[in-house]
Write a protein of this length. Structure first.
Length: 594
């Protein structure tokens, strides 16, 4: 049923980008408890032109999302036919409509307010309606397509509908409360208190609107008010691990009952959760307390976003002031695809060795988490080996591609561009390579950035002319005609500034090339699968179902690639970067549209 809620929310998620939040008692955030473990809401309205542009993009994405919905229904059909029918019924309501057309036909206010949040871990979506009667009519159409009515129920004077999934121990409730709709995923045996809170009949003692946390978060991080979200791991992880959350408890009980029916293992034995689980979960959450996200710019031509990961002080301190000498990490790339990744092995080794030592000194005792003890022990051993040169001298990697084509009958695509390996000892790295590849031993490469042609036998193996150059902090390999002229500049590009860990640049043409390459590989795989199915049939096998499924998968894949390429054709550039500051890790992206 979590899948059901996901796709009900999917059909409405675009509304959260176009609505406004008023400081009144009926704003969606007024119903959200201040201690919710997660929340996402719109705090301001978009202008009409931007709203129109975003709805057009949502329309372009809708067919692919509907194809995914159909695939999920197919996957669910064998084990939960009831829910599969409901998913298909919802998909039928969306097919043939625009997002705005669907919203208007369902009485949903595209200029209204919305919030998605948790009552504990139980998700609730609350949004404004333009016409409650039309929303009721939409639910009636959904029931007709589904093949039966949802259960009707009453809590006090408030009527609501419910769909129960015995397989998962959960229920989806749908209600019209005043001029708002409420959709929530709750335990099938939800307490009256939880039900009343989900419906909004009982208000939280302190709401997220009173708390003002999302507004303060937007101001502190530079998020615009159109969409702001936060996941509070200090609240969520203990709920996940303790077994005390009503929704998770209901899901685990249903799973345990199914297991007991098969194996005879008592349900009570399967549901035992020692107190140490909540303690261990809180310990993990203290290292990564929260995640948050929001748009920093959003209009008809730009979609810029920011994602923040709060980190414990010692983690931030280890990287916030670190400057990595990777040429290119300090400036936006100019190649069609340009990826810079900081890999300061010496610093990473010190940091992860300390984490492994901390776990060894105080192992996790919760049965759900004891595997982490072994993983950290392996990590500690790997960090010891990481000290061995030349790997221990590694600082980072840069890949800059100027062309990318599908080389037929080869495992790897054809490309031209440069590969940069940053290291604190480039001469040592070159010497190691010369020992491993004898033909390199003839090369004389100075640390002046000037390119030297690779020996003919190596160039023949690569299939293109290639050059090697060395700078103060890196070795650079140029592959393809004309790449030698770019190596000196590549090695002198600005290195990373403090805290910078990653930078990427991608233009729309290269984006389309990636998609085309992926589609070609998918077509080859589909053709091979079809050939195998025909071969099995020729040998007397009964593989009709497999062949039919393969053909359906191939058709869905082709349609999805067509849609993705249509969307990519609108992209001018995509830029992204990641850095660590005193508060944690920050990931930003900037998408410019044609």
């Amino acid at each position: 049923m979590r899948s059901t809620m996901r796709f009900i929310a999917l059909g409405l998620a675009g509304l959260m980008l176009v609505a406004c939040s008023h400081k009144d008692k009926n704003a969606p955030l007024a119903f959200v408890p201040a201690d919710t473990p997660y929340a996402m809401a719109n705090l301001a309205t978009l202008d009409d032109d931007t709203r129109t542009a975003l709805l057009a993009q949502a329309d372009a994405q809708l067919p692919a999302q509907l194809a995914q919905l159909d695939a999920m229904a197919d996957d669910l059909a064998a084990r939960d036919a009831d829910t599969a029918r409901l998913l298909r019924a919802f998909g039928a309501e969306l097919k043939g409509k625009t997002v705005e057309g669907f919203a208007a036909h369902a009485g949903i206010d595209v200029k209204g307010r919305a919030a998605f949040y948790g009552l504990g871990l139980a998700p609730v979506l609350r949004f404004d309606l333009s016409d409650p009667a039309m929303f009721d009519a939409f639910i009636a159409r959904l029931e007709t397509a589904y093949g039966k009515k949802f259960d009707s129920a009453q809590e006090g004077k408030q009527a609501y509908r419910r769909h129960v999934s015995a397989a998962s121990g959960t229920e989806v409730i749908l209600a019209v409360v005043g001029k708002q709709a409420v959709i929530a995923l709750l335990p099938a045996s939800a307490t009256p208190a939880l039900l009343r809170q989900a419906l909004g009949l009982d208000r939280p003692q302190k709401s997220l609107q009173d708390d003002g946390r999302l507004k303060a978060l937007a101001k502190a991080k530079g998020y615009q008010d159109w969409l702001v979200g936060q996941l509070d791991l200090t609240r969520a992880l203990p709920l996940l691990a303790s077994g005390n959350d009503p929704l998770l408890g209901a899901i685990e009980k249903a799973r345990a009952q199914a297991e007991s029916a098969k194996t005879g293992e008592p349900v009570a034995n399967q549901l035992q959760t020692p107190p140490s689980c909540a303690t261990d979960a809180a310990r993990i959450a203290a290292r990564v307390p929260a995640l948050s996200f929001g748009y920093t710019r959003l209009d008809a031509k730009h979609q810029d976003a920011r994602f923040d990961i709060a980190l414990a002080a010692d983690i931030s301190e280890a990287f916030a002031k670190l400057k990595v000498d990777l040429p290119g990490l300090g400036a936006t790339g100019t190649s069609p695809f340009d990826l810079n990744i900081a890999l300061p092995v010496a610093t990473l080794r010190t940091f992860w060795s300390a984490q492994a030592d901390a776990v060894a000194a105080k192992p996790f005792t919760c049965p759900k988490l004891t595997d982490l003890n072994d993983e950290f022990a392996k990590l500690g051993a790997a960090m010891q080996q990481a000290a061995i040169p030349p790997f221990g001298d590694m600082l980072g990697l840069r890949v800059a591609l100027d062309t990318l084509v599908d080389a037929k009958n080869t495992a790897l695509p054809g490309f031209s561009g440069r590969i940069v390996l940053a290291t604190s000892n480039p001469a040592g790295l070159l010497a190691t390579g010369q020992m491993m590849v004898p033909s390199l031993a003839r090369l004389r490469v100075a640390a002046d950035g000037k390119p030297v042609s690779l020996p003919q036998d190596l160039a023949k193996m690569i299939g293109q002319p290639a050059w090697l150059a060395m700078g103060q902090h890196a070795l650079a390999l140029g592959i393809g005609p004309g790449e030698d002229a770019k190596l000196t500049e590549t090695l002198s590009a600005p290195v990373g500034d403090a805290g910078r860990m990653m930078r990427m640049h991608l233009n729309g043409t290269m984006y389309l090339s990636w998609l085309q390459l992926m589609e070609d590989k998918a077509d080859s795989l589909a053709a091979a699968t079809a050939t195998l199915s025909r071969g099995d049939d020729a040998l007397g096998g009964d593989n009709d179902d497999a062949a039919t499924e393969a053909a359906a998968n191939a058709a869905r894949s082709k349609a999805q690639f067509a849609l993705m390429k249509a969307q990519a054709e609108r992209v001018d550039t995509i830029d992204a970067e990641m850095h660590v500051d005193d508060d944690g890790m920050v990931i930003t992206s900037q998408t410019a549209l044609k």
